[in-house]
Design a protein around this ligand. Sequence first.
Ligand SMILES: [Zn+2]
Length: 452
Amino acid sequence: MSEKFFLRNQPAVEMRGIHLDLKGLPPSSARLLEILDLLHQARINCVLVEWEDTYPWKTYTVLRNETAYSLSTIKKFLARAEKLGIEIIPLVQSFGHLENVLSKRRFKYLREIPDNVSDICPLKKGSREIILDMIKDILLTHKNIKYFHVGGDEVWSLGSCDKCKKFVQNNGKAKLYLGHIEPILEFLNKNGIRPIIWDDMMRNWNITELKRIAKHTDLMCWSYSKDPFTFVKKETMEKYKKAGCRIWAASAFKGAEGAYVDVPNIESRTINMHQWVKYAREMKMEGVIATGWSRYNTFVSPCEGIEASLHTLALAGKIAWDGDIPEKASEWANAFLKHCQNQGIRTGHFQNCYQASEELQKNRDTAFFVFRNYLQQAHLAGEPERINPIRAKNARKAIFELLKKVKESAREWEKTHRGLVPNVWIKKYALSRVEPVKKMKELICKLKKQEK
Ligand SMILES: [Zn+2]
């Protein structure tokens, strides 16, 4: 049993969640179920699941990716979660970050701005319907759920099309946002489900506007830095409370160190989680969810994967339960993962996955560094006489060697992830690491002629 790994008899926070962001590097079906067992051991009792293109969409099959889970996997996942006492909160985007929908030809007309694949126009006919259709599709499998997350964050182009612009001039942005989201929230309310929404679009709302949304939904305040309150102010959350909003906190166990990393930073992840847990207790928040972003947006390479982040994932559970960071966090995580492996939950690969990812990151970072220094040579910037051929030669040699190293570490990374993630996604991840360095090599070779 996992008793010896936890100090308290009662948890510091009642709802202790993990966010499974399944786009980009989705676990295989078998691994998806195992992750639930691991979360249960880490005393996580709530999972926010962002299925996105991995869900077997019924109404719009075009939204499925090539390895979308089968209906039977979804059912097994939900049944296993129920058995383990893990509350499942599905997430369907309703406003911004609708890239999976708006990038499809048939839904292009719903964009707020033709060039922006992220945001839906709230005033176009059909916008609300497609969101409701997706929610209904999820409800076909997710029976008896208490909460439903509707996303709603980072709608940067809100109020940009001609129709919306006019609406904002007359009524303000909050009303435009509410007009689209309120019927969606009401639909869930009518089905006895409490919605949750990211808070960032509401941070500047006044009390009256906040009171209006508080009736229908909980707010989830997200911030992933060591001091989360530099990004979302304590006064803002106090304002939410004053307006009668029920609030949740969102920290991050991975996907918060930068868009181009391969491993999370244990120090910043644990401090971020700890800060939120302390504040959640003080503010009597509904719960704390540690997010695990897979990519910063659809248009960039994936960031670190879950298998290289099992230590920070386990620590998120530990901190939410004990209310504190263990003295030797890394040792605690290693011992805990070893214990899970002894329980038959696959975690024995973690060290190898982590090391391969760290090596990959180190080699990539060095390649980017060397490449930048090479490009800043004066002879490439219009001063051909200011060339030191040996430096150019050395930079070229270094990139050639680094490309070899990146390829080797990407191969090692692939090996450590085999059987945990479908091969097609393993390949894509590795390519996203190797290709940029290949491009550097090509460009350096092309520029060689300027060294004469
Ligand atoms: Zn519009």
